[in-house]
Design a protein around this ligand. Structure first.
Ligand code: N01
Length: 493
């Protein structure tokens, strides 16, 4: 008979969120903990997104854990490789690597109400856990476009988040579908190498200048030697980004200067009127993620690059056909078409007290949680980077660390009160979300655009609609009164 392993806390995923949970909880004395990670290394999205040009568009000093600042960032905006190295180093220094089981896929997460515990099925067997922390990330399941004929394409097809490094692009005709944050980094990086590049744009994005620079040795030395200097930089970067929130959520007029910078950037970089017309955004700035690049527009003006705006009708064995009847030959197809965020397939694997999957619950009731972290009917489950925690303007690590405060305080409270389970009351969760819905109702995200921030009902369940310090405040302490709880060995109250 298969042996069931018992563990106190089971974390799924070893990206920034899952790893942060493992580090924080171990430090707080919850060291009967295991992390199950499907990949062969830590890093999550920063391990998987290794496409040419992958980099962060949040300033480096802000894009690190507050407990592990890194004075050695080489640039204002770090490239993927440096962030990946950073997260591996932090794992090693925190001493949590031996808690991570690599190459293990979690296939089912079921709550057993009678015992008040979770049964977790995985490719290495069954676990019985008191607490489950989902650190699977929001941008982890690539979304591949459903285009007629795509399966017939004779060349290589891959998603930006699953870049096939064995494919040589030099001298090939390459097609890139999408013009989001991933495409905007890939396209300028591969354009000089390929023989021809077609970029398929469905919606022209807003693109602002990227204020990147290398950090000279002297500056890095200063970060290392002057106590507190890096924290001051970090605070300045944090505060300057929070100003954007006013425009995104409160007063559209506050977006005017950003809009003007975007228009001027485009006008200066694209002289050709017909191209300028095609790349002019037709939606309110901020509704979709604002992109940063100094090389996107110049790349579109290269002789070997074409921007295709006629809609794709089908893929053939040798290329792409568009609605204007043109057939565009291609050897390699790169899909930069984003991620399943509000419809992640992982949610189909999680079943709560009534046996309903998170996917079914969220499809029926909307993707909602309490404080982005707990979901009524799913006791002792903590969802990191959960509903209403996404950001377009600042560092997700700040949001993750806020959730970690809440998680750590919840487990401490349960330990002190000798509680078996905590389950957020439905009425509390509903009140919290109706307030959130009211505050996202009149924001830039609901001005009419297509974005991963939105669900198919036009709500913006993935984004946090306020200053990030408000989220930090509301997650500072675990509010037990919002929860139904069972003492060890008793029925739910
Ligand atoms: O994905 P996206 P992404 N036919 O969903 C188009 C983070 N990130 O991977 O706009 C044709 O933004 C789609 O068109 P439209 C960041 O949070 C961060 O680029 O929907 N086109 C769009 O152009 C970001 O927001 C960094 O009309 C199709 C594109 O594909 C998030 O990841 C870097 C299509 C998808 O854009 C996702 O970015 C990279 C179809 N069938 C990513 N389907 C940093 O720098 C989709 N599209 C930190």
């Amino acid at each position: 008979m298969e042996q069931v392993r018992t563990v106190d806390v089971l974390v799924v995923g070893a990206g920034f969120s899952g790893l942060g949970a493992a580090i924080r909880l171990t430090q707080d004395g919850f060291d009967d903990l295991v992390v199950l990670e499907r990949g062969t290394d830590v890093g999550g999205t920063w391990r998987d997104n290794s496409y040419p040009g992958a980099a962060c568009d949040v300033p480096s000093h802000l894009y690190s854990y507050s407990f592990a600042l890194n004075p050695d960032w080489s640039r204002a905006f770090s490239p993927q490789g440096e962030i990946y190295d950073y997260i591996r180093r932090v794992t090693h220094e925190a001493g949590v690597r031996d808690k991570i089981h690599f190459g293990v896929e979690v296939t089912a997460v079921d709550f057993d109400e009678a015992r008040g515990r979770w049964t977790v099925e995985s490719s290495e067997g069954t676990y019985d856990a008191r607490v489950v922390v989902l650190g699977v990330g929001a941008l982890c399941e690539p979304k591949r476009p459903e285009i007629e004929g795509i399966g017939d394409f004779a060349g290589q097809v891959f998603h930006t988040a699953r870049w096939d490094h064995s494919v040589t692009l030099a001298g090939k005709r390459v097609a890139v579908i999408g013009t989001g944050a991933s495409a905007i980094q890939v396209v300028p990086s591969i354009a000089p190498t390929v023989s021809h590049l077609d970029v398929y744009q469905r919606t022209a994005p807003w693109v602002l200048p990227r204020m990147d620079r290398t950090y000279p040795q002297i500056e890095r030395k200063a970060y290392r030697r002057i106590p507190g200097l890096q924290r001051v930089m970090r605070t300045l970067q944090y505060v300057s980004r929070e100003f954007q929130v006013v425009g995104l959520t409160r007063s559209r007029a506050a977006l005017a200067p950003i809009r003007a910078i975007g228009r001027a950037h485009l006008a200066m970089q694209v002289r050709d009127r017909s191209l300028r017309e095609k790349v002019t955004p037709r939606f309110e700035i901020g509704c979709k993620r604002i992109l940063l690049s100094n090389t996107w527009y110049p790349t579109l003006t290269r002789d070997n690059v074409d921007l295709v705006t006629s809609p794709i009708t089908r893929v053939t064995s040798s290329g792409i056909t568009t609605a204007d009847g043109v057939e565009h030959p291609a050897d390699v197809l790169v899909v930069a078409t984003g991620f399943h965020v509000t419809d992640s397939p992982f949610f189909e694997r999680v079943r709560g007290a009534d046996g309903r999957t998170l996917a079914d619950k969220w499809a029926a009731d909307g993707m909602e949680a309490y404080k982005g972290t707990t979901v009524s009917g799913y006791p002792n489950l903590f969802v990191l980077v959960g509903p209403a925690t996404g950001l377009g303007h600042s560092s997700m690590i700040y949001m993750i660390e806020s959730q970690l405060n809440y998680l750590a305080d919840a487990l401490r409270t349960m330990r002190e009160r000798n509680l078996q389970t905590v389950d957020v009351r439905e009425v509390v969760q509903e009140a919290y979300n109706s307030e959130l819905r009211a505050s996202t109702g009149d924001t830039v995200w609901t001005t009419g655009c297509r974005s991963w921030y939105l669900d198919d009902k036009g709500n913006a369940p993935a984004v946090w609609p306020d200053f990030t310090f408000s989220f930090r405040n509301e997650t500072r302490e675990f509010d037990l009164s919002a929860y139904r709880r069972t003492p060890s060995g008793a029925a739910a109250q």
